[in-house]
Ligand binder design. Structure first.
Ligand code: FE2
Length: 380
């Protein structure tokens, strides 16, 4: 029998193994759920004053099927085909900006009914606004496959290496905390806040672009999601500082997330990888340059000594975290679908409710292009 072809590991992977880095940047993992932390009986029947889950077919399971490495594919960016007036998407819609520099709320559009022109415009509109909350949507009530089909217009669904998924739909990533779950209360015994700025699965070779998250069940107050405009964060830097960032690459790692899943005896669907991406990436539709680092997944800057890397990364993380003037906080309501561009934002869940109300959301995560950089251009 012919020997199997073994692909040489990418340079970032080799560096990773050489350095043996396993830094504790992953406190997001403290919130992670597994079959052991999911109270299926309580979710189906109701528990201690909490109603049953509204969408039981969306309860997470951790099926043990394993997957080969993700295949590299040619991404087609539909946002490039959009009419810049958004005449199909926003016909009859009400649009209210959330903040001056990021975010919008839209009413009067049913995403699942968009035609091709509307879908193209959706990608471009979200890239322009960075994050958009669409109210009164029917996503949660569609057959799951239909919701997936909608999202896959933008790219193949990312199958997460460790998260729970609805039975039979590994391409749907679930965020779920059972009613009466005490994780949040327990978490604050040792932490002062729950902020975990990140963009999703950036350790992959082709991380997501246009990304969808819709609510199934949520607390009456709390559990908001906050976003930062990372393109505007780049624009805020001085020309000399911007120039220094160009050409640098940071290594993003999925190893710790997988290790944490194994440590809590949950599943790992695919062997984790680490990937080097440019620190300044260019958006294929808007042409904007955006900072592409996050402390959940980035471990070091290639070519820098550790102290140099830590110093520069800390500045960039602080810059994103402290810039309220680049941020928006999205409030969930039944029927809301939040769509963001994962290439132009970082986000964090806010775990501020401690009364045991269920929080249950589903994410559709089309993968996009491999992050790329274009040369520094002086601002006009
Ligand atoms: Fe996320």
């Amino acid at each position: 029998m012919a020997p199997a072809l073994v692909e040489n590991p990418a340079p970032a992977e080799v560096e990773w193994q050489k350095k043996g880095l396993n830094k504790g940047h992953t406190h997001k993992e403290a919130f992670a759920q597994s079959a052991a932390t999911t109270n299926y009986e309580g979710e189906l029947q109701g528990t201690r004053g909490h109603a049953p889950a509204k969408y039981p077919h969306y309860l997470p399971v951790w099926e043990t099927t394993t997957y080969p490495p993700l295949e590299v594919f040619e991404h087609y960016e539909h946002g490039k085909d959009a009419d810049p007036s958004f005449s199909s998407l926003l016909k009859g819609a009400t649009v209210v900006d959330l903040c001056a520099n990021i975010g919008a709320e839209v009413k009067g559009v049913q995403l699942s009914k968009l035609d091709k022109a509307g879908k193209d415009e959706l990608a471009a509109f979200v890239a322009k606004k960075k994050v958009v909350a669409f109210r009164d949507q029917d996503f949660a009530d569609l057959p799951i496959q239909e919701a997936l089909d909608f999202a896959e217009y933008y790219g193949p669904s990312h199958v997460h290496q460790a998260s729970g998924a609805p039975k039979g739909f590994p391409g749907v990533h679930l965020v779920h905390r059972s009613a009466a779950d005490t994780t949040v209360v327990d978490y604050f015994k040792t932490r002062t806040n729950s902020t975990t700025w990140h963009s999703d699965v950036t350790f992959e070779k082709q991380p997501p672009g246009t990304t969808f998250l819709y609510i199934l069940d949520g607390p009456t107050a709390g559990g908001d999601t906050s976003f930062v405009n990372t393109a505007e964060a780049y624009n805020r830097l001085s020309p000399e500082f911007q120039k220094r960032l160009h050409g640098l690459k940071a290594v993003h790692s999925g190893h710790e997330q997988a290790a944490a899943a194994r440590a809590r005896e949950s599943i790992v669907r695919r062997e984790p990888i680490a990937t080097a991406h440019p620190i300044v990436r260019t958006h294929p539709v808007t042409g904007e340059k955006a900072l592409f680092v996050n402390q959940q997944f980035v471990r070091y800057i290639e070519g820098f000594k550790q102290e140099e890397s830590d110093y520069l990364l800390k500045f960039l993380y602080d810059h994103l975290a402290y810039s309220q003037d680049l941020q928006a906080r999205v409030k969930w309501a039944p029927g809301t679908v939040v769509v963001w561009d994962n290439r132009l934002t970082v986000h964090t869940a806010i775990l501020d409710w401690q009364d045991g109300q269920r929080r249950h959301l589903a994410r559709l995560t089309p993968q996009a292009e491999r992050p790329y950089e274009t040369p520094y251009v002086e601002a006009k």
